[in-house]
Design a protein around this ligand. Structure first.
Ligand SMILES: [Zn+2]
Length: 247
């Protein structure tokens, strides 16, 4: 594959290439990158749109569900005509229209211990855009084992949180959320909330891939949309963690 940038690509990405220290070099880094977005709903919509627009060379979309009418207050990659179609398939079509220069693949199969390596192995970054903790913890174990950065995001109601797991450099999901209780079935959520957390996750991916700035791995950003406030919460590695601990 040719990793030079065509004239059209140079124009498409011009406004970010001109960011200080970005240049053609970082843009080519993005083009060479492979990122998996796990979940193509409220978080996955803005994440995948911004990663495609930014020129991430290969995007893998993973979601086994189809769009339902009650998704549409927040899952902005879908139009009403997409109801009852697989989310990952719809999103892949839209991303390819947004940016034909990149490679987008999708799967509608469920992730489990046996399939995960085949589906998302070899990625540079994996993005948690999920709404359940059991799959999040599966991703966390995989990413720690493979030493792949995992960008976490979660929302409910008016708020949400995000941070990045850099395996063994900072806390993992198990260190921070061990014992968290699963919220069963369709929790309420203001549609904008996953938009806000999702775009921060996309920014985090771009930082990780380009090496520009510092990822958010030693504290967690917590957003309260009702109060319109952001705050940092200190998080620490548990050296006895069952997933990332030393012992
Ligand atoms: Zn841990």
């Amino acid at each position: 594959m040719n990793f030079d940038l065509s004239e059209a690509e140079r124009i498409r990405y011009d406004r970010q290439i001109r960011i200080q220290n970005w240049g053609l070099e970082k843009q080519i880094k993005l083009k060479k990158s492979k990122v998996a977005v796990i979940g193509v709903g409220g978080l996955g919509s803005p994440i995948s749109i911004y990663l495609a627009a930014a020129g991430v060379g290969k995007i893998i979309l993973v979601d086994s569900e189809k769009f339902e009418l009650s998704n549409l207050n927040r899952q902005i990659i879908a139009s009403t005509c997409d109801l009852n179609r697989f989310k990952a398939e719809v999103a892949a079509e839209k991303l390819k229209k947004l940016n034909p220069e990149i490679n987008v693949v999708f799967t509608t199969s469920l992730l489990n211990e046996n399939s995960i390596e085949e589906v998302i192995g070899g990625c540079d970054v994996i993005v948690d855009a999920l709404d359940n903790w059991s799959t999040r913890f599966l991703l966390n174990r995989f990413c720690v084992r493979k030493n792949i950065p995992l960008v976490h995001g979660g929302v409910t109601g008016w708020g949400g949180q995000t941070f990045t797991i850099l395996p063994r450099r900072g806390p993992c999901l198990e260190c921070v959320f061990k014992g968290v209780r699963e919220v069963e079935g369709g929790f309420p959520v203001v549609g904008v909330t996953p938009g806000i957390i999702g775009v921060i996750e996309a920014l985090e991916v771009i930082k990780l891939l380009t090496g520009l700035s510092k990822p958010l791995y030693d504290k967690m950003l917590v957003f309260d949309g009702f109060e319109t406030s952001f705050e940092y919460v200190d998080i620490k590695r548990n050296l006895k963690c069952e997933v990332c601990g030393d012992g």
